[in-house]
Design a protein around this ligand. Structure first.
Ligand SMILES: [Zn+2]
Length: 224
């Protein structure tokens, strides 16, 4: 069977799951994302439910930096979010993808087996720190990954449940200078004078520091 290196544009070849073909190793299993929004993960062969959960969780941790939460959706992932199918892989042309994949009849001699998982809808631990809406001052704890002011591509945003204002989230693991720039930019768009926006940022830093500081221990029951 033809390999990726030997295949000509438009020719069918057999994926072997090497880095040359764009695979990453997640939990020791070669996997690759599919789709423009990387909403699906594919591994070669028909893998077990346990391996599906391990690969999906490793993907969320590595690529998005967050932990998938235990929930009933994990059962749905293995029940309806995972397809064990036959695929046929074709090498792309010069200005095309390196290769693309189509469903194939398992009886087709050019078909190979693969497992495809939907990975983007799983509930996960939020990576942002609680923050007050700059427009109405109500607190927001959760964020969503979307496009908005202050990021070139996708980013984490708070969206106020009350006034629907959207502002960039401060991420626990993010660079502080980047966060400040995003904050100042988002406030400038709202018409806040720069000095006032800078002061509000300093105030937020102090609040954040308090929120991530360990809570004081409650006094022991036997203490006088
Ligand atoms: Zn608001």
């Amino acid at each position: 069977m033809t390999t990726f290196a030997d295949a000509l544009p438009g020719e069918t070849f057999t994926l072997s799951g090497t880095t040359e073909e764009g695979f990453d190793t997640l939990y020791g299993i070669p996997a690759v994302t599919l789709g423009e929004n990387c909403d699906r993960l594919m591994t070669l062969g028909h893998i077990t439910d346990r391996a599906v959960l391990a690969v999906t969780s490793a993907y969320h941790r590595r690529v998005w930096g967050h932990r998938v939460l235990p929930s009933s959706e994990l059962a749905d992932l293995t029940r309806v979010g995972t397809k064990r199918i036959g695929i046929k892989v074709t090498k792309g042309g010069e200005d095309d993808y390196a290769w693309h994949v189509d469903d194939a009849d398992p009886k087709d001699p050019a078909a190979q087996t693969a497992t495809i998982m939907s990975v983007e809808w799983l509930p996960h631990e939020d990576v942002a720190i609680q923050s007050e809406c700059p427009a109405c001052n109500r607190a927001s704890r959760s964020t969503s990954l979307t496009t908005g002011p202050g990021y070139d591509g996708w980013g984490h945003y708070h969206r106020c449940r009350y006034c629907h204002h959207t502002w960039p989230a401060a991420l626990a693991f993010d660079d502080l200078d980047d966060q400040r720039d995003r904050w100042l930019y988002s406030e400038a768009l709202r018409g806040t004078p720069p000095a006032q926006a800078a002061q509000a940022w300093q105030h937020r830093l102090a609040l954040t520091a308090r929120r991530v500081a360990p809570r004081p221990q409650s006094p022991a029951a036997w203490a006088p």
